[in-house]
Design a protein around this ligand. Structure first.
Ligand code: C5P
Length: 309
């Protein structure tokens, strides 16, 4: 019998920014109930998956030295989980090319986890449906289902329950990458602490923001952007205030901390404006580096899907 070794598969997975991140109270399971509107951005990671003698992870690109290559990496967890479901051994090597900042509040680890699920489903010919993959994604982490889904979506629960949101046009963003990362649990814990000692503002419901997305007008969207975690991220990294001010001074319509930070995301009026804001921000000395991106873009998807034969 002819045995065919499958060719490597490359999957691209997007980063995300939370246009609205409303954080509820701490739950008994250690998570917080969220009401969030995610948008998937073109800043992305590529994950190549190839059959191998043993499970291994290699990482290159943006912040590679800070990414774990052991069982704590979400691609490793995804391989172990899917191999278990399929009744086979997780014999693959992952080569992750990072474009998404590490520990930056843009769900880079979740993007890699989602890429692993999509790629292994294809490499191992598992035939799992989107719903089945989403259920495994939610076990891996709160943001992994959105990295599968992409586009623009309303997230509730831990952020893992998703409904698509109508979004007209592309939006143009500038991302200010910070020196060092922030730990997501530490930022949530800081918000709990701030709430014990005072009343940091809480966002309302995102209805108006969703109308602005359907209308497709960045000027209408800009004043509606909001993130309950921003106060906590600023408390842990006060220098981000300067970054946020500098982006708006440079001509962005609005700026906010992305997710749990410390990346700051600036919404711009057009692609040309984003390029100009990025150039000015890069010269202002308020961040480690600057990227432009647009959204919404699709969720994790195979780039080389030609089938053999
Ligand atoms: O789900 P994920 O592993 O990405 O979450 C990392 C941590 O972030 C959790 O352990 C928790 O401390 C915090 N978190 C939270 N509420 C959420 C999502 C994450 O408190 N909805």
């Amino acid at each position: 019998m002819l045995s065919v070794v499958p060719s490597p598969i490359t999957v691209r997975a997007p980063s995300k920014v939370n246009l609205h991140l409303g954080v509820g109270d701490l739950r008994a399971d250690g998570f917080h109930d969220l009401t969030t509107v995610f948008q998937a951005l073109s800043l992305s990671d590529d994950v190549e998956i190839a059959p191998a003698a043993s499970l291994a992870v290699r990482v290159s690109g943006e912040g590679a030295a800070d990414v774990p290559t052991d069982r704590t990496n979400l691609v490793w967890k995804a391989a172990v989980r899917l191999a278990h479901l399929a009744g086979r051994a997780p014999l693959v090597e992952f080569a992750i090319a990072k474009g998404i900042p590490v520990a930056g509040g843009m769900a880079g680890g979740s993007a890699d986890g989602a890429a692993a699920l999509v790629g292994l489903n294809e490499l191992w010919d598992l035939g799992l449906t989107r719903d089945e993959l989403t259920a495994v994604a939610a076990e891996l982490g709160s943001d992994v289902p959105f990295a599968l889904h992409g586009g623009t979506a309303l997230g509730t629960g831990r952020g893992e329950r998703l409904l698509p949101v109508l979004s007209r046009n592309s939006f143009h963003w500038v991302l200010a990458l910070a020196k060092g990362g922030l730990s997501t649990p530490a930022v949530f814990a800081e918000l709990d602490r701030l709430r014990e000692h005072g009343t940091p503002p809480r966002l309302g419901e995102p209805q108006q923001l969703m109308q602005a997305l359907a209308f497709g007008d960045p000027k209408q969207l800009a004043p509606l952007l909001g993130n309950d975690l921003q106060a906590a991220a600023l408390s842990l990294k006060p220098e981000l205030r300067r970054t946020l001010r500098a982006g708006v001074t440079a001509g962005a319509l609005a700026g906010l901390v992305s997710g749990s930070g410390p990346t700051c995301a600036f919404l711009c009026e057009s692609e040309e404006s984003a390029v100009a804001v990025a150039a000015e921000l890069a010269g202002a000395g308020v961040c480690r580096s600057v990227r432009t991106a647009s959204g919404p873009v699709p969720g994790a998807r195979v780039l080389n899907s030609e089938s053999p034969g």
